[in-house]
Design a protein around this ligand. Structure first.
Ligand SMILES: [Fe+2]
Length: 234
């Protein structure tokens, strides 16, 4: 499986504090059957210099290899929606230097400019992936908004823990609704640590299989994230 949303770079955002914690996350991911992780630090108040991200990614990969963990780390970012008009940010934090960018809205509501956000990103040649909309209160109240986001050209990424109940019943119900509608393109861990939010996908994969069938689950955890890493159309 491929995890396209994971806070694994150490001492950068609210992810792991140390490189040892990050290696432990990679070890768990490997045991879960994850072969590739996109490191997606929050790009919100801090816009990290591009060198800092690639340096940390390479240093972490080096240690992962040294520990014989079969996991590849790719560069990316979780870009707060207010940066949607900055081509420099989109370019710098796109997933694996492709046209795909992971976009985060606030959890409290869907901003009224959400259509402008998606439009600006797509008109500039990028493909927005909306991070965990099932945890957004506006969407929990009105999941049909997802249909609108999709029509405007956005891809939809659920968090694995949403399907398994980690974020509570409302988020789980919303996730199940989106799965049944087949409005989801990707499921990722959004992991932040080795213990309280680990990079685990297996339980969510089993749940997705029950909800949408084996073929659909395979698309969400394997085929679509692979296409994204390769800059192919989803
Ligand atoms: Fe995240």
């Amino acid at each position: 499986m491929i995890d396209i949303h994971c806070h694994i770079l150490p001492s950068l955002d609210d992810g792991p504090l140390t490189i040892e914690d990050a290696i432990e996350m990679a070890r768990i991911a490997g045991e879960e059957g994850i072969t590739d992780i996109v490191a997606t630090p929050h790009v919100k108040e801090n816009i990290y210099p591009v060198g800092a991200i690639s340096e940390k990614t390479h240093a972490l990969q080096h240690e992962i290899d040294r520990n014989n963990i079969p996991v590849n780390i790719h560069q990316g970012g979780e870009i707060f929606y207010l940066h949607h008009a900055s081509l420099d940010v989109l370019n710098r934090f796109s997933i694996n230097q492709t046209r795909y960018v992971l976009i985060e809205f606030p959890p409290t509501h869907l901003p009224t400019i959400y259509e402008t956000v998606v439009f600006n990103i797509t008109i500039n040649g990028y493909a927005p992936i909306i991070a965990h909309p099932e945890r957004n209160l506006s969407i929990i109240k009105n999941p049909v908004l997802i249909h609108d986001l999709k029509k405007k050209g956005a891809l939809i990424q659920l968090t694995a823990g949403s399907l398994t109940g980690y974020f509570g019943r409302d988020v789980q119900i919303c996730s199940e609704y989106l799965m049944q509608k087949k409005w989801v393109h990707l499921i990722a861990s959004d992991a932040h640590s080795a213990d309280y939010r680990p990079p685990a996908l297996q339980n969510a994969f089993d749940r997705a299989k029950k909800l949408g069938g084996e073929h659909y689950a395979g698309m969400l955890f394997n085929d679509n994230p692979r296409k994204i890493l390769n800059n192919e159309p989803v």
